[in-house]
Design a protein around this ligand. Structure first.
Ligand code: FAD
Length: 475
């Protein structure tokens, strides 16, 4: 009874629901379908695709240990997927295809089309819950709708977790060898430029590294997570997001590791652990939102009434923000961290998003797109959720009049200016007081290289508040 496991963003052999199910059902082969045109359409970053392919190469080695050959079948766009998978099933007389469910609109359409095409050929298509703790649609309000407010969603998740924590799936045993040779895994694909080796070393590939990072975090840093998570100069967060997005690490593995660091407790005990589990639930929340309110993956605002907001159209300001030349050191340092590493600290993602959408009054979609094009951990659900939250167009968002002041945020979360100094060496001679809002001096100790602020914080704040007020007047 040959089975096919189709890998996508679930590049691991441990705790992998689809892989386990396939190998339980019979001799299995695996396939991966690189889809560069589709990835470009989704604004996936070169660093994200590079990371995916490096992890795929590691996965192939692990699968070899299970005697599961990995075939590579390129499909430029997902429209070709039904035919490509069906041909493979025909060639290898496959009885059933196993996948782990993915939740974006295009992903759902792709899988529905593949499933329907396979049924016509007499092949079963099994889609397994794996990327999330809870199946979307299983955590609902009393009236049967998807939650819109995180705190209420979280409460319902905890209720479910108290009943049963989703168990880790057993790692499959090696099957008998098959007379099928694996295909070479490509190092790169058209449309995505190469990543410098120094950048790659920041994000080593493979399950083993991911597990080591999870262990290192849950053994130590998690206990100080509550106190340190907002300070970008400190390694206070797990930096596991890229591994979760590529599925090199599972959400269940993260949850179990956190629970064992807290004697099995979710909501009491170590506050660092409790706070980290809440962050894992934010990931869960935004993915449920994607399914419950599919307009958000069609570039629409979660709050439809905010669609009418009069955003400013300023290429110049957008470019200054993108290139880290706004004249606000915390914003510029954050953007340079993103451009250099493919990752940005969560506190900074909030600060730069709020600055773009409020102080510059530029449409959140421009920022969402730019981050996606550069993040190694780019995820439609989390990125869209984070942007809409910051722009006050989304779920459970801060009220529009609560606008972060980037200078106060800088003083509060980078008090000594260490983070700024690291990414803006042109300001490294400034002391902890001056560095958050440099005075533009010339001469030997001047900051002539550093741009003047591109916007006045007070008047731009009022402008943003008025734009939102106009919206409520028009309603
Ligand atoms: P930790 O603090 O260690 O958190 C552990 C894990 O929980 C993360 O790896 C992530 O999977 C999840 N998580 C944490 N915070 C959030 C959150 N607010 N929303 C959803 N999941 C969360 N996260 C992404 O994974 N991909 C994105 O594209 C993305 N874009 C964002 C854009 C904006 C504007 C904002 C405000 C947030 C965004 N986030 C995104 C959420 C968050 O910033 C990152 O998950 C986090 O910085 C990753 O670092 P970490 O692994 O050290 O996180």
């Amino acid at each position: 009874m040959p089975q096919l496991i189709w890998f996508r963003n679930d590049l691991r052999i441990h705790d992998n629901t689809a892989l386990h199910a396939a190998l339980q059902a019979g001799p299995s082969i695996a396939v991966f379908t690189p889809s560069p045109q589709q990835w470009l359409l989704h604004d996936d970053a070169p660093s994200k695709i590079d990371f995916l392919l490096r992890n795929l190469a590691e996965l192939q080695k692990s699968l070899a240990g299970l005697n599961v050959p990995l075939l590579i079948r390129p499909t430029e766009s997902w429209q070709e997927a039904p035919e490509v998978i069906a041909q493979l099933c025909h060639a290898f007389k496959i009885d059933a295809v196993h996948v782990n469910t993915e939740y974006g609109i295009h992903e759902s359409q792709r899988d529905a089309a593949v499933g329907a095409h396979l049924v016509d050929q007499g092949v079963l298509f099994h889609s397994h819950l794996d990327q999330l703790l809870f199946k979307p649609g299983s955590i609902l309000t009393q009236s049967g709708t998807y939650f819109k407010v995180f705190s209420q969603f979280k409460k319902a998740c905890y209720k479910s977790l108290y009943d049963a924590v989703p168990a880790i799936i057993r790692t499959p045993q090696a099957q008998a060898p098959l007379a099928i040779t694996s295909d070479p895994v490509p190092c790169s694909v058209a449309g995505f430029h190469a990543i410098a080796p120094e950048r790659q070393t920041l994000w080593p590939a493979g399950e083993q590294v991911a597990q080591q990072r999870l262990k290192a975090f849950t053994d130590a840093a998690i206990h100080g997570y509550l106190e340190r998570r907002d300070f970008p100069a400190q390694a206070g967060t797990s930096q596991l997001s890229a591994y979760l997005v590529a599925g090199v690490l599972s959400i269940r593995q993260c949850l179990h590791a956190a629970l064992s660091a807290n004697q099995g407790e979710f909501a009491s005990g170590q506050q660092g652990v409790v706070t980290w589990i809440n962050e894992l639930l934010w990931r869960e929340f935004y993915t449920h939102i994607l399914v419950g309110y599919p307009r958000v993956s069609r570039h629409r605002a979660f709050k439809p009434e905010t669609e009418a907001l009069a955003w400013r159209n300023s290429e110049k300001d957008l470019l200054a923000w993108q290139q880290g030349r706004t004249g606000f050191p915390i914003i510029d340092a954050a953007m340079r961290q993103l451009l250099a590493t493919g990752w940005m600290h969560n506190r900074l993602r909030m600060i730069v998003a709020m600055f773009l959408t409020k102080n510059l009054l530029i449409d959140w979609r421009a920022g969402e797109r730019f981050l996606m094009q550069h993040l190694i951990d780019g995820s439609l659900a989390a990125n869209n959720g984070g942007w809409q939250w910051s722009a006050s167009t989304g779920t459970d968002s801060v009220p529009y009049f609560r606008i972060f002041n980037p200078v106060s945020q800088s003083k509060r979360f980078d008090p000594n200016g260490d983070f700024i100094r690291h990414w803006l060496p042109e300001l490294k001679h400034l002391n902890a007081k001056e560095i958050h809002q440099p005075k533009l001096l010339t001469g030997l100790f001047g900051t002539a290289d550093y741009p003047k602020p591109i916007v006045d914080l007070s008047s731009s704040r009022v402008r943003a508040i008025n734009a939102f007020k106009d919206l409520s007047l028009a309603a």
